[in-house]
Design a protein around this ligand. Structure first.
Ligand code: UD1
Ligand code: CA
Length: 455
């Protein structure tokens, strides 16, 4: 097997996106487009990956990291000019080079592998990944020679009326014999409608040299993302693929049209997702869970048999058999223990709760460490912030916090202790104690009658 190289074109500004964010960094299902592309190349085990950067080079490098190589394209003079920037890294090498576009996130590694196989079997100098489209508007058209090989590719803006009718398009993905590619690139001119050095012109140059040029038609639906309309199409297609994969692996998705799952999500078998569920990258959910309706999970670890309804959870861990919601907000760094119950209108932040504890309604717990078997009554507030610093509340095992208590941190409630309803606790409570911190009630007999007389 010959060596395999890959060049990713990612230097353009992406003017048509009308965005501050560089085009290839726009996310599709939570992951920047160029990252989708690079991840596929890594999966293919390319020997070297060179990303051509220009606009937003620092941001693109920051996103992709230092496992790959970069070549700088100072001025964006066209896709052929972009590939030329890899000359000093790859130009002299022997092997097969895949050229992919950073704005084509839907071309899967399977399709790329098939492209490489076809290319190597046919001994072509170049193989172009093409598609046949209902509406080819905007894409380069593939002009076939009489023998079925590709004669040339003509850009929409340079095409004649007849050429525009061609429905086979260039996906912007190619396989080349590396040495022939770099030799041909030196011959590409810029005499065209956009005054750019077009990579597809390499095809015609190689063809004229008597080289074999193949077109490999893929059935896979792909989208070159040049504007926000295409971005939305790419998102919808990727989303469908992700949902299908989870369903095939045993997840029930009641309404795929209202369920959003980003990349890098794992979900166990027999988990059911109700409509309006959004699951962000980095989330792992166990088996037999019921998630939703209308629930958002961002970067969370969820055990088995967990139920979460109408709630928002971020960067947190939820252990087996816990229930959350409806209408709970679990903020970062929280750990909801096994069989814990978090009920309605409860906000939890940077707080851990031990096994079987219950926070059933209308409560705020922030910067707290709650033991197991604790009952937190309705309306409890950890008063964790003094305007300057955040302080910690410790609530030990099996304690009982009465309704509407304020726990002014830093403060510790001992094991098995009771807090009387309506208390404002400012000092530590010993184990097994009852703390009452409220004004005693006085009843003024017949006082109501006096008041009515005065009137
Ligand atoms: C390109 C192809 C077209 C194909 C389409 C598929 C050319 C001339 N045309 O058109 O045949 O149908 O892709 O999606 O190649 N880039 C650089 N440096 C440059 C110019 C572009 O790095 O100087 C990068 C862009 O960031 C982008 C990619 O190359 O990621 C493709 O460029 P783009 O301008 O989007 O080309 P298209 O007009 O879509
Ligand atoms: Ca494009």
């Amino acid at each position: 097997m010959s060596e395999k190289f890959a060049i990713v074109l990612a230097a353009g500004q992406g003017t048509r996106m009308k965005s501050k964010l560089y085009k290839v960094l726009h996310p599709v299902c939570g992951k920047p487009m160029v990252q989708h592309v690079v991840d596929n190349l890594v999966e293919l085990q390319a020997d070297e990956i060179v990303v051509i950067v220009g606009h937003g080079a620092d941001k693109v490098k920051q996103q992709l990291g230092d496992q790959i190589e970069y070549a700088m394209q100072e001025q964006q003079l066209g896709t052929a000019h972009a590939v030329m920037q890899a000359d000093s890294i790859l130009g002299e090498k022997r092997g097969t080079t895949l050229v992919v576009s950073g704005d084509e996130p839907l071309i899967s590694s399977d399709t790329l592998a098939a492209l490489i196989r076809t290319h190597e079997q046919s001994h072509a100098a170049a193989t172009i990944l093409t598609r046949v489209m209902e509406d080819p508007t905007g894409y380069g058209r593939v002009i076939r020679a009489d023998n079925g090989e590709v004669a040339r590719i003509v850009e929409q803006k340079d095409a004649t009326e007849d050429e525009r009718k061609v429905r086979e398009i260039n996906t912007g993905t190619y396989c080349f014999d590396n040495e022939k590619l770099f030799a041909a690139l030196k011959l590409v001119g810029n005499d065209n409608a956009q005054g750019e050095y077009y990579l597809p012109d390499v095809v015609e140059i190689l063809g004229r040299q008597g080289e074999r040029i193949e077109g490999f038609i893929t059935e896979e639906i792909t989208v070159g993302v040049n504007d926000r309309v295409a971005l939305a199409k790419a998102e919808a297609l990727m989303r469908e693929r992700i949902l299908t994969r989870h369903m095939r692996q045993g997840v029930t998705i009641i309404d795929p049209s209202s369920t959003y799952i980003e990349t890098e999500v794992e979900i166990g078998r027999d988990t059911v997702l109700y409509p309006g569920t959004i699951i962000g990258s980095g989330t792992v959910i166990g088996e037999d869970c019921v998630i939703g309706p209308h629930t958002q999970l961002m970067n969370c670890r969820v055990g088995n048999g967990v139920e979460i309804k109408q709630s928002v959870l971020m960067n947190s861990q939820i252990d087996d058999e816990a229930t959350v919601g409806p209408f709970a907000y679990i903020r970062p760094n929280s750990h909801i223990g096994e069989s814990v119950k978090i009920g309605d209108f409860v906000e939890i932040k940077n707080t851990s709760l031990g096994k079987g504890s219950k926070v059933s309604h209308l409560t705020y717990l922030g910067d707290a460490e709650v033991g197991s078997g604790v009952n937190v009554g309705c309306g409890t507030v950890t008063v964790n912030y003094d305007g300057v610093n955040k302080h910690k509340t410790i609530i030990k095992d099996n304690s009982f916090i009465g309704c509407n208590a304020n726990l002014v941190a830093p403060v510790t409630v001992g094991e098995g202790a009771y807090i009387a309803a309506g208390s404002t606790i400012t000092r530590d409570v010993p184990d097994e104690a009852l703390a009452i911190a409220r004004e005693r009630q006085t009843n003024k007999e017949d006082y109501a009658k006096k008041l009515t007389k005065k009137k």
